[in-house]
Design a protein around this ligand. Structure first.
Ligand SMILES: [Zn+2]
Ligand SMILES: [Zn+2]
Length: 684
């Protein structure tokens, strides 16, 4: 028999699969094997079996070993689909779905057989404590085993990840929740979007839908955004379903990660919960995939393949004929366009109506805080303030000659971080000391422009008599920092939670009565077709954090674009109005969902090489119903000159195939040896 093996290597210049001879019966599609490959030994995945090979018999070699853990076949198929869908390689896609390294941890378990024999007092006492682990009594138990009085067998010990299960409270479903659940149940193999305002009880619908799936003996995958920021969903699943929930995320120890994978693979656990990579969980008989907060940008993976877990979830649901259930208070326009929506229009009993939102025009303002914001912050006991910009000042210039401080490796402004006494590049991590004089003209007048979270923290601390809790990438570098900071804010009698978009994610603090967005148009200024969508979602999500308790609340939005459609709609809580307008705009401009986008970026030290490679690819792409934009230069990043091509297409499959072929041909061309390529299908 011939096994067709994809070696797990990252190079693009190698195209498998390669044939190996296998003599055993245990090698199957999905087996993970060690193979001799040239002068190296590589791990590989068996992606096909055949009777014959084009390789002559004497040249065929056998794998040197087969791993005990194997991939289920549907994950092999999924990876091969991803390789094509994202113009990547089978090996890179397979690397995402292969089991984590490790082995089950075992211990010995002894049970009495019921047979009788002459026993000492010590032996009798020993038998009385059984069944149980052998622990230090193994030698004595072995002697009893030899006499047929006990059996000793290995058992698998679980290294369980730490969770903080929330107390599970019985709740009665609202009419809207009942209707939604009925619709989901009535449509096996279909997708539904649960569009419900924050606090409308989406999680309870997920939980019930999961329980129904378990009743049918089906497995479930629940995708959530970053776990540290949204621990409630995980906690509620753990509380309701106990050990049948496996947690799949990057903060687990190696042993925990392996055990959770194995428990899913053998069916001990039936529900996988985790961020985007949980979409690859080896769940058997998959019946339901939930994508919570489906608008969240963290579902997009930035490595190669640049997959989108939401799109991969669609494919897995299609493979398994499973139900797909997305949920959000601010769903993406494309999901709304193509998925049947189930509405949860009101907050569940005990929750207040959504808080009123007031837009504050900052066009004339000299000060970062509007007087009304200042008054409201002074009066509120608990508030959340969002500013989507880290650091102290976002750029520095020389007042005499105009020099702007830029990263030497990237064409971007350096951001001043005062606590670290340095300037930092937010793209490559470059750091340098704060300048005291201009190195261009010698002037001592260095101006600092703009305000980030660090500076606003200092200003708020000075202006208000309230403890400020800052939540951004600078204050949460360590693993447990986010939950600790959120717990401290929750416990504090008074406080202000200040931070980047992290503060607008799913937390639930009932005593927060004020939400503030500073510089709401910072997301609008991104040259990106999703700018409106992001701005709307950010304001609406923050509004969802405020006024959840009995004392209600309100939201203030400071902006220099008070009439922007996304800001006006968010202030009215008008998701439908926003979605209608946004879909019209996208239809007119041929943006998703009315066309698909594919972006190709070339990177090289040498600008001419990067440009030539991009031009070569653009030249080679031949796809119908496809508009090609570029090559256009991008700003230099990490010392690499970059060019991009963007395809706008209504023939998705053709355009992906043509792009993949063009990139592959260019990557193989020796003339472009020093150029790196990345392809992003559905860039976000
Ligand atoms: Zn100067
Ligand atoms: Zn840089």
């Amino acid at each position: 028999m011939i096994a067709r093996v994809e070696p797990l290597t990252t190079t693009r210049r190698l195209s498998g699969p390669f044939d190996y001879r296998v003599d055993d019966d245990c090698t199957q599609i999905g087996s993970i094997v060690k193979i001799p490959f040239g002068h190296q030994k590589l791990e590989g995945v068996v992606v096909g079996l055949a009777e014959t090979s084009d390789v002559p018999d004497e040249k065929l070699v056998a794998p040197t070993s087969v791993r005990d853990d194997s991939l289920p076949r549907d994950l092999v198929d999924l990876a091969l689909w991803m390789a094509e869908e994202y113009c990547s390689t089978p090996a890179r896609a397979l690397a995402l779905v292969t089991p984590p390294p490790g082995k089950a941890k075992t211990y010995l378990w002894a049970e009495p057989t019921g047979a009788h024999g002459k026993l000492t007092d010590k032996q009798r006492a020993l038998l009385e404590r059984l069944p149980g682990p052998t622990n230090n009594d193994l030698p004595a138990l072995r002697r009893l085993e030899a006499r047929g009085l006990v059996t000793i067998t290995p058992r698998v010990a679980r290294r369980a990840p730490r969770t903080n299960p929330a107390p599970d409270r019985e709740v009665e479903l609202t009419a809207a929740q009942t209707d939604a659940l009925r619709e989901i149940e009535a449509a096996p193999g279909e997708a539904r979007l649960l569009h419900g305002v924050t606090g409308s009880g989406k999680t309870e619908v997920y939980l019930r839908a999961a329980a129904r799936a378990l009743d049918r003996d089906e497995g479930v995958i629940v995708l959530v955004p970053e776990i540290a920021l949204t621990p409630q969903t995980v906690a509620r699943f753990a509380a309701r379903f106990g050990d049948t929930v496996a947690l799949v995320h990057s903060a687990l120890s190696d042993g925990e990660r392996y055990d959770e994978w194995r428990r899913l693979r053998v069916g001990e656990a039936r529900i996988a919960v985790g961020p985007r990579s949980a979409v690859f969980a080896p769940v058997e008989k998959l019946g339901l995939i939930v994508v919570d907060e489906e608008h969240d940008a963290s579902y997009k993976h930035e490595g190669d393949p640049r997959y989108d877990a939401r799109h991969v979830a669609e494919y897995r649901a299609y493979q398994a004929h499973a139900r797909l259930l997305g949920g959000s208070a601010t769903p993406r326009p494309e999901t709304v366009h193509r998925t049947r929506r189930l509405r949860l229009p009101a907050r569940v009993a005990g929750g207040r109506d959504l808080p009123p939102v007031r837009v504050l025009d900052m066009r004339e303002s000299q000060h970062p805080l509007h007087p009304e914001t200042r008054r409201a912050l002074t009066a509120a006991r608990k508030s959340i303030v969002l500013l989507n910009r880290r650091g102290w000042s976002n750029f520095l210039t020389c007042k005499s000659c105009g020099k702007a401080w830029e990263c030497p490796r990237c064409e971007v402004a350096l951001v001043l971080h005062r606590a670290e006494r340095g300037l930092a590049c937010h793209h490559c991590g470059h750091r340098e000391p704060i300048p005291t004089r201009c190195d261009n003209c010698g002037s001592l007048a260095v101006a600092r422009h703009g305000a980030g979270t660090e500076r606003v923290e200092a200003e708020l601390q000075q202006a208000l008599d309230v403890p400020v809790f800052r939540l951004d990438a600078d204050t949460t570098a360590t693993k447990d920092a986010v939950p600790e900071l959120l717990a401290r804010f929750q416990a504090a009698p008074r406080g202000l939670l200040l931070g980047t978009q992290m503060v607008a994610k799913g937390h639930d603090f009932p005593d927060v009565t004020l939400g503030v967005v500073l510089d709401a148009d910072s997301t609008l200024r991104f040259p990106d077709f999703r700018a409106e969508e992001r701005t709307f979602a950010l304001i609406a999500q923050l509004a969802g954090r405020a006024g959840r308790g009995p004392s209600g609340g309100r939201v203030l939005v400071q902006t220099r674009s008070p009439t922007a459609a996304s800001i006006e709609a968010a202030a009215r809580h008008d998701a439908d109005g926003f979605l209608t307008g946004e879909l019209e705009r996208r239809r007119a401009l041929r943006y998703p969902p009315f066309a698909d986008l594919i972006r190709v970026v070339t990177r090289a030290h040498d600008q001419a090489a990067a440009r030539a490679a991009a031009a070569h690819i653009a030249e080679a792409i031949d796809a119908p119903q496809t508009e090609l934009l570029g090559p256009a230069p991008l700003f230099r990043l990490r010392d690499r000159e970059r060019f991009q091509i963007v395809l706008k297409t209504t023939a998705r499959a053709d355009a992906i195939a043509a792009t993949g072929a063009a990139v592959e041909a260019t990557a193989r061309d020796k003339a472009f040896r020093d150029v790196n390529f990345s392809v992003d299908v559905d860039p976000v």
